[in-house]
Design a protein around this ligand. Structure first.
Ligand SMILES: [Zn+2]
Length: 497
């Protein structure tokens, strides 16, 4: 009897040894598509590093993350990434794809092609998701989005707002015009038909305030997101109270943070000073920014956060626009990779800036200072910051501008951890994708950025970008450079240089 018991215990021990042994060392081989071996994983929510991990990717998703060498993992492609860092791909929450023309003549057809060529440029700079803030080529964008999804072409995830919504005196091509309440309903119906995720509203111009608020309410009811800017005469705080999802530019709040805001706006309304085209507009806005009170700003930021309204940065434009010596590096360098029409447009724009009066330059500097005050205040509040560049035809080329945007956020006083979270997790959460994107975690989509240096200590730049994973597909340095080179060659040939 006693002997039998001993034997039973012995057998149990053998089983336990086998089970435990396999758990720690000899478990079944696991295979996948891509293995990042011995890489430091950045936790963007906590601003922490998990050192030396093996990350297995299967079917475009992260299947396993385990301490390096502790699993029996193989993959079709193994990337030895010792000393490298992986974080979620960047989200650019304010971009444009557009031709600024509705007729399809040879000019707009070429621009259409140039817009399509922007798609791989985003990926080559680590931007794996973009939110378009108003387009006149919605059909093409939807087609490209599907082609990207099915792997036919390289590009980021695309989120859409469709054509902009403006008042009856719309200034953008293809905008949906709002004159009365019926137009509000029709606009939402049209946009829903286009399967957009959000709605872009141009606040300035002749869009009536009541119609604007009605829009915000209906958009929310429809389960869509609303984006608005040019809010000089429409308060960001009040827009937030009415249901606004995000301010399209940080600068949208710098005009209203002073005691006499209501009386100044009433004066502007009486005089009909409603758009930047009015001769008195700039001096009013000038005055408004110069009165910025940081206590009022702080309260507004907290209230907006409480309402769930986010702020999209787009700060590098004004930061660098006031210093023409930086144009070459910031605005012209990325033009190498875009088409000739795009290049010509941006060059012409900056030539105009070069001729700006001292007063205009002062205004630009003032906006930058206002933006910096907001950036400084953000970490002291519960504000939700998203990162956007406002890249696109008519503005600036996509690409390295994203890194310049991160730099300006840092020079405004934000920590790297704060910025990285804004660039990834905040955006994924805002877009309703937090279950599947925005962090490097098991089960999440493999849209990732790989870096040479720890981004928590050294803000990501084009120099430290070591690789990109888009939908599980590996783009190492050579492949990223190859994308840039082929774009450069194609556009040089087209421009006849
Ligand atoms: Zn924009």
């Amino acid at each position: 009897m006693e002997k039998h018991n001993i034997s039973a215990i012995g057998t149990a021990l053998v089983y336990m040894t086998v089970i435990l042994g396999c758990f720690y060392g000899c478990e079944q081989e696991e295979t996948g598509d891509l293995l990042l071996s011995d890489i430091h994983v950045v936790n963007v929510i906590r601003g922490e590093l998990i050192e030396s991990q093996d990350v297995l990717i299967v079917d475009g998703r992260i299947k396993r993350i385990i301490p390096h060498g502790q699993g029996n993992i193989t993959a079709n492609l193994e990337i030895k990434a010792t000393g490298k860092y992986v974080m979620p791909g960047f989200w650019d929450m304010h971009v444009h794809f557009r031709t600024r023309k509705l007729e399809r003549d040879s000019f707009s057809l070429q621009l259409l092609e140039e817009n399509k060529d922007l798609l791989p440029l985003y990926v080559a700079n680590g931007v794996t998701s973009v939110y378009d803030m108003g387009t006149d080529i919605i059909d093409s964008l939807r087609l490209w989005r599907d082609q990207i999804h099915s792997g036919k072409i390289i590009g980021p995830n695309i989120y859409l707002t469709g054509p902009k919504i403006e008042g009856n005196k719309a200034i953008f091509a293809g905008s949906i015009k709002i004159g009365d309440r019926d137009d509000v309903k029709n606009a939402i119906a049209q946009l829903t038909e286009m399967e957009v995720g959000g709605v872009k509203i141009m606040g300035a111009g002749d869009l009536e305030v009541e119609n604007y608020y009605e829009l915000l309410k209906l958009v929310k009811k429809q389960g869509l997101q609303s984006f608005s800017h040019d809010l000089e005469i429409l308060s960001a705080e009040e827009s937030s109270n009415q249901g606004l999802s995000a301010l399209a530019h940080l600068r949208g709040i710098i005009h209203e943070c002073f005691e006499e805001y209501d009386s100044v706006v009433a004066q502007m309304n009486t005089k009909g000073v409603r758009t930047p085209f009015h001769p008195e507009y700039n001096s009013y806005v000038d005055f408004m920014i110069s009165r910025l009170d940081t206590t009022i700003l702080r309260n507004k930021l907290d209230k907006m956060a409480l309402n769930g309204t986010a702020l999209i940065s787009t700060v590098h434009y004004n930061a660098y626009r006031a210093t023409p010596s930086s144009y070459e590096n910031v605005f012209f360098k990325p033009l190498r990779y875009v088409g000739p029409l795009f290049r010509r447009d941006v060059k012409a724009r900056y030539e105009r800036f070069g001729k700006a009066s001292a007063q205009q330059m002062d205004y630009i500097k003032q906006v930058h200072q206002g933006n910096t005050q907001v950036l400084n205040m953000l970490p002291k509040t519960s504000a939700i910051l998203l990162v956007g560049t406002d890249a696109g035809f008519g503005n600036r080329a996509p690409g390295t501008g994203y890194f310049r945007e991160l730099e300006v956020l840092a020079s405004g006083g934000l920590s790297n951890a704060y910025i990285l979270k804004a660039a990834t997790w905040n955006a994924a959460r805002f877009a309703g994708m937090s279950e599947s994107e925005g962090t490097v975690d098991i089960g999440k989509k493999a849209d990732l950025v790989l870096l040479e240096k720890n981004p928590l200590g050294h803000l990501p730049t084009e120099e430290t970008l070591w690789g990109v994973i888009r939908n599980g597909e590996w783009f190492g340095e050579d492949r990223l450079q190859g994308i840039l080179k082929s774009l450069e060659e194609k556009h040089d040939k087209n421009s006849g240089n």
